[in-house]
Design a protein around this ligand. Structure first.
Ligand SMILES: *[C@@H]1O[C@H](CO)[C@@H](O)[C@H](O)[C@H]1NC(C)=O
Ligand SMILES: *[C@@H]1O[C@H](CO)[C@@H](O)[C@H](O)[C@H]1NC(C)=O
Ligand SMILES: *[C@@H]1O[C@H](CO)[C@@H](O)[C@H](O)[C@H]1NC(C)=O
Ligand SMILES: *[C@@H]1O[C@H](CO)[C@@H](O)[C@H](O)[C@H]1NC(C)=O
Ligand SMILES: *[C@@H]1O[C@H](CO)[C@@H](O)[C@H](O)[C@H]1NC(C)=O
Ligand SMILES: *[C@@H]1O[C@H](CO)[C@@H](O)[C@H](O)[C@H]1NC(C)=O
Length: 392
C-alpha cells in the first residue's frame, strides 16, 4: 500500500525522536547561521499579552552595506515545527537577499520555537522548563499574541509606521489569522508576502484512511502531555548533525529532505542543517488543529467538539476565520508540485483575499523550494522586487 508521505515522515520523525535520547552538544541557532554568513545579528525578547516570551533575530543591515543604516523593516514568520532558521539556511536565503536589498530583517520565533524557549521568565528570572509551561494554545494565540507583539515591538523600535510581513507555509497561515482576528493590524502592514500559504487544506496530499487514524494513534496517548515531540535537545538534533558531518549519511539525508519537501526535486545540500532543529516542540493542540483542517473542508478555529464549542464560541461548530478582513496588499508565491499547499487550495485562498497584488507560480518547486532549492535565488529576488514596487 502506498503510505502518505507526510504522514510517513511524521510518524518516522516523531517515533524516532520521542524515543531517542540525544546527547547534548549545544543549541544551533539562527543567529549562528546569520553570523556564519557574515551578517550582523541582534536578538530581542518580547513578552506577549498572554505572558509568553518570544524571541526575534534581527539583521539590521547587510554585510555589504556602506552606511550601516537600517531600511524598511520586514517581519518573517516560520513554518510548523520549525524555527526562523528557515530563512537563513544558506547564502541565498530570503533573509540575506532582503538584507542585501536594504531591508531591516526581523525573524520571529513563535512561542517555544528556536530561541523563544530559552528566554528567562521576567517574573522569576529563570528559564521555565518545557514541562512547566502551559501548552494550552493553538493557531489563534500565535497570530493574536505572538505576531502582534512582534509587529508592535518592531514598529516601536524602528519608528516606522508600517512594516512588511511575510510568512512561509504555516507562518503564512498565522499572518492571515493575525490580520483576520486583529484587523487593525492591517494598517501596520505595508505588504503581505504569503509563501506557499496553507489555509483550507482540502487537497493536501493524503491517504484519508491512514490519516484519519492519526489522531487515534498519536493524540490519545499524547493527551495530557501538552507537547510533541518530547526530546531533550530540539535545537541540535542527531539526524541533522549526522547529515552535516558524515558523508556516508548523504543519501539518507537527501531521502529525508525529499520526504519533507514532498517531492523529488533538487535541493541545495548546504541547507540540510535545517534538520538539526526540526521538528521543534509544539503544543498537541496546534497539531490537532492542523489535522482538523486537513481532514475538513474549511479554515476555522480550533474545534473543541459540540459542547466545548458552545462554551468557547457560543455555537456548536467553530467560526471560520474571516479572510475578507485581510486587506493588506498581498503577494502570493506558490509551487506547482506542492503537495502541502497545492495550487487548488491556494486558489481557494486567493479567491477569498480582498487585496491580491500578485500571484507567482514557481514551476520547479515543491513545498520547501523557497528555502532549499538551488533555484531559490531568482524567486527571492522577485520577492524583493515586489516589495520595492511603489512602496510607501
Ligand atoms: C551613505 O551616507 C552618505 C552621507 O549620509 C550619503 O551621501 C550616501 O549616499 C550614502 N550611501 C549609500 C549607499 O546609502
Ligand atoms: C554561496 O554558497 C555556495 C555554496 O556554499 C558557494 O559556492 C558560493 O560561492 C557562495 N556565494 C557567495 C556569494 O558567497
Ligand atoms: C516546575 O514545576 C515544578 C512542579 O510543579 C516546580 O516544583 C518547579 O519549581 C517548577 N520550576 C520552575 C523553574 O518553574
Ligand atoms: C516603546 O519603546 C520604549 C523605549 O524604547 C518603551 O519605553 C515603551 O514601553 C515601548 N512601548 C511599547 C508599546 O512597547
Ligand atoms: C449566543 O448565540 C445566540 C444565538 O446564536 C444569541 O442569541 C446569544 O445572544 C449569544 N450569546 C452570547 C453570550 O453571545
Ligand atoms: C507578478 O509579478 C511578475 C514579476 O514582477 C509579473 O511578471 C507578473 O505579470 C505579475 N503577475 C500578476 C498577475 O500581476
Amino acid at each position: 500500500m502506498h503510505i502518505h508521505k507526510i504522514f510517513y515522515i511524521e510518524v518516522f520523525a516523531f517515533s524516532i525522536l520521542i524515543s531517542v535520547q540525544q546527547h547534548y552538544v549545544s543549541a544551533f541557532t539562527t543567529a549562528d547561521q546569520i553570523i556564519s554568513n557574515g551578517y550582523p545579528v541582534e536578538t530581542y525578547e518580547v513578552e506577549t499579552k498572554d505572558h509568553y516570551m518570544v524571541g526575534l533575530e534581527r539583521i539590521p543591515y547587510s554585510k555589504n552595506a556602506v552606511n550601516k543604516t537600517s531600511g524598511k523593516p520586514i517581519i518573517l514568520l516560520h513554518g510548523l515545527y520549525g524555527t526562523s532558521m528557515y530563512y537563513t539556511l544558506n547564502n541565498i536565503s530570503l533573509s540575506f537577499i532582503l538584507s542585501d536589498a536594504g531591508f531591516d530583517v526581523w525573524l520571529l520565533n513563535f512561542r517555544l520555537a528556536g530561541i523563544s524557549k530559552y528566554i528567562k521568565n521576567p517574573r522569576t528570572g529563570l528559564v521555565t522548563p518545557l514541562r512547566n509551561i502551559s501548552w494550552d494554545f493553538s493557531f489563534d494565540e500565535l497570530g493574536i499574541y505572538d505576531t502582534t507583539a512582534g509587529i508592535d515591538f518592531i514598529i516601536n523600535k524602528t519608528g516606522y509606521f508600517k512594516i512588511h510581513m511575510g510568512g512561509y507555509s504555516f507562518g503564512a497561515t498565522i499572518c492571515l489569522i493575525a490580520l483576520a482576528e486583529r484587523p487593525e493590524y492591517n494598517e501596520k502592514i505595508d505588504k503581505l508576502v504569503l509563501i506557499v500559504p496553507t489555509a483550507r487544506m482540502k487537497y493536501y496530499d493524503r491517504r484519508l484512511i491512514i490519516l484519519k487514524i492519526f489522531p487515534y494513534l498519536f493524540h490519545r496517548p499524547l493527551r495530557g502531555r501538552g507537547y510533541v515531540p518530547k526530546m531533550k535537545h530540539p535545537d541540535d538534533q542527531w539526524l541533522g548533525r549526522q547529515c552535516k558531518e558524515k558523508k556516508y549519511m548523504k543519501l539518507l539525508c537527501l531521502y529525508v529532505m525529499t520526504q519533507v519537501q514532498g517531492n523529488l526535486l533538487p535541493i541545495n545540500y548546504n541547507t540540510i542543517e535545517i534538520l538539526r532543529t526540526y521538528p521543534q516542540p509544539t503544543s498537541v493542540k496546534v497539531m490537532t488543529h492542523y489535522y482538523q483542517l486537513i481532514l475538513q473542508n474549511y479554515f476555522r478555529k480550533y474545534d473543541y467538539g459540540k459542547i466545548g464549542n458552545i462554551k468557547h464560541y457560543n455555537s456548536t461548530s467553530p467560526p471560520d476565520y474571516d479572510l475578507s478582513k485581510v486587506i493588506a496588499p498581498t503577494y502570493v508565491y506558490q509551487s506547482k508540485h506542492d503537495i502541502i499547499a497545492p495550487p487548488k487550495d491556494v486558489k481557494w485562498l486567493v479567491d477569498r483575499l480582498p487585496n491580491i497584488k500578485n500571484i507567482t507560480m514557481v514551476k520547479k518547486f515543491s513545498h520547501m523550494g523557497f528555502a532549499i532549492s538551488p533555484y531559490a535565488k531568482p524567486i527571492n529576488l522577485l520577492i524583493v522586487k515586489h516589495l520595492l514596487e511603489n512602496s510607501n
